[in-house]
Design a protein around this ligand. Structure first.
Ligand code: ACO
Length: 323
């Protein structure tokens, strides 16, 4: 059975750090409120001339280096973003150009904070179908560009960054002990489209708009949907929560992460957390957490990882991967 093996991980965070104390000078908020309600201490913000593609290219180069491969080895790039450089072309082709990949194909995916999970599941499907052998999957955001910096309800939550993984097709036995992506689940429910949205967009207002969120409602759905999808990926494989080495969640709010972890009976030592230092980097948060987990020496080869995300749409997703 063809499996998508994670050959390499990469990440990049812009140099500029915006602390909770900095935000105290920008809106009516406090470090203690932000820490208590969200678990966030600081976030990285892209420089004005730094684009989503620049972040994505840095993360991609890091992942290629980690996998001991070059851009020319890739058959496909999928880049998940809500904040593309331009309306067209896709930001993915800029990464393709930068890494010297002249064959294959590259495209973007938009599923807000679940974007990376949608990209991962799509790349895995291409690999399992035999269409491609190697994929570069990226989540990259300059989400700070669509944040209303006068709105304390949202501006304290987000940060910029990019994460990337290299997937490679390998023939495996087809058991739960296989290395690689074991299962993925993608979900969306457009009935909740208005709970997390922007004030505008290309077709409607000819602007990018800024983020509007019904925080409490998003929170309620997030805990429920994430626990549900986590149980479903385990059910798909017949594995149990005890078999999982680490939960690698979308980093939106520490209380959402804790709530889901509790429902799965996971202690904090089995959760990869980047939220305090990075905030919510939308589509970049899961690959950045993977990158951090590997670089910190927490995640080792053979570990079973449960990835899960929730974002605007609503979109939500889960995956089980043996690293
Ligand atoms: N500083 C101080 N006070 C604030 C701030 C702030 N930054 N933000 C809101 N408040 C106030 C509110 O105005 C409100 O005041 P009021 O009672 O006088 O009206 C009070 O704090 C409580 O507000 P709530 O919204 O009830 O606070 P809550 O505990 O729900 O926390 C939060 C808000 C952090 C946004 C939470 O609801 C949350 O994390 N929601 C989920 C967000 C999320 O998961 N997003 C992920 C998807 S993002 C994406 O897909 C791009």
């Amino acid at each position: 059975m063809l499996r998508s093996i994670l050959l390499g991980v990469g990440g990049y965070l812009p140099e500029k750090v915006l602390s909770n104390e900095d935000l105290e000078h920008m809106v009516d908020t406090s470090d203690s409120w932000i820490r208590e309600r969200t678990g966030i201490c600081r976030r990285h913000i892209a420089a004005p001339e730094e684009l989503t593609s620049d972040l994505a290219i840095r993360a991609a180069q890091e992942a290629l280096k980690h996998a001991h491969l070059s851009g020319a080895d890739m058959d496909m790039i999928i880049l998940a973003t809500t904040t593309p450089d331009d309306t067209l072309p896709a930001t993915a082709v800029k990464v393709q150009r930068a890494i010297g990949m002249t064959g294959g194909f590259a495209f973007d995916i938009q599923a807000v904070c679940s974007g990376f999970m949608y990209a991962l599941a799509t790349a895995d499907a291409y690999i399992r179908s035999g269409m491609i052998k190697k994929a570069l999957v990226i989540g990259a955001e300059t989400i700070s560009r669509i944040v209303d910096w006068t709105d304390r309800n949202t501006c304290v939550l987000f940060g910029d960054g990019a994460g990337a993984v290299i997937l490679s097709a390998e023939d495996k036995a087809g058991t739960n002990q296989d290395q690689g992506v074991l299962t993925t689940i993608l979900r969306s429910d457009g009935r909740y489209a208005d709970l997390l949205r922007t004030t505008g967009g290309v077709s409607r207002t000819q602007t990018a708009g800024t983020i509007l969120m019904e925080g409490r409602e998003v929170f309620r759905h997030a805990v429920q949907n994430l626990a549900e999808v986590a149980h479903q990926v385990l059910e798909n494989t017949g594995l149990s929560a005890e078999d999982v080495s680490f939960l690698v969640p979308h980093q939106a709010n520490a209380r959402i992460i804790d709530g889901t972890a509790k429902k799965l009976n996971f202690g904090p030592e089995r959760v990869i957390l980047t939220l305090p230092e990075q905030g919510n980097t939308s589509a970049a948060s899961i690959p950045l957490a993977l990158f951090e987990g590997v670089m910190r020496g927490q995640i080792h080869r053979g570990d079973l990882l449960l990835l899960e995300s929730m974002g605007g749409g609503f979109t939500w997703a889960g995956a089980l991967i043996r690293y």
